[in-house]
Design a protein around this ligand. Structure first.
Ligand code: PRP
Ligand code: MN
Ligand code: MG
Length: 179
């Protein structure tokens, strides 16, 4: 375990098991719908790649890069599209893949954008949910785990761009972000 991690919250095995369950459920629910599966970069990149391997129906993938945080643990409240989709979403059934929902600002902005562009449906799957931090009324359609209000990293989640490569999700030691 990395020195900066206080506790492992979810092990690699626990996460993989959950991703398999989510994939199986989505495979049933998206049968015949050819969804456009959108990965919200950067945080969702590992979840996305593990998840789509467990979805058995035909689908397309695309990527959007959005950022609401700088090198800080607090949301600035500003959501910015850094990389947009390559394909039109009009008439498409969209599945947004997110690593975590915190304030909900990123997703509420993204859902708005996709609905305005004429998506037929917008569904959200989030591996982690931190409901204690929500500032907008938003629930994922599919959720992996509910997290306590602690600063977690790993499996795509960063602090100041570090720790995304950890295969598990752990709680960061406070000294890392208090210095
Ligand atoms: C993180 C996380 C979610 C978002 C959740 O992304 O990956 O996308 O914040 O927070 P919110 O619900 O308060 O909007 P971040 O903006 O840090 O960019 P990153 O994915 O590149 O790390
Ligand atoms: Mn993100
Ligand atoms: Mg981040």
């Amino acid at each position: 375990m990395q020195n900066d991690i206080k506790d492992v919250l979810y092990s690699e095995e626990q996460i993989i098991q959950k991703v398999k369950e989510l994939g199986a459920q989505l495979s049933t629910d998206f049968e015949g719908r050819n969804p456009l599966v959108i990965c919200v970069l950067k945080g969702a990149f590992i979840f996305m790649s593990d998840l789509v391997k467990n979805i058995t129906v035909p689908l397309e993938i695309d990527f959007m890069a959005v950022s609401s945080y700088g090198a800080s643990t607090k949301s600035s409240g500003v959501v910015k599209i850094i990389k947009d989709l390559d394909v039109p979403v009009e008439g498409r059934e969209i599945l947004i893949v997110e690593d975590i929902i915190d304030s909900g600002l990123t997703l509420s902005y993204l859902i708005d954008v996709l609905e305005h562009r004429g998506a037929k449906s917008v569904t959200v799957v989030a591996l982690f949910d931190k409901p204690a931090r929500r500032t907008v009324d938003l629930q994922p359609d599919y959720r992996g785990f509910t997290l306590p209000d602690e600063f977690v990293v790993g499996y795509g989640l960063d602090y100041a761009e570090q720790y995304r490569n950890l295969p598990y999700v752990g709680i960061l030691k406070p000294h890392v972000y208090e210095k």
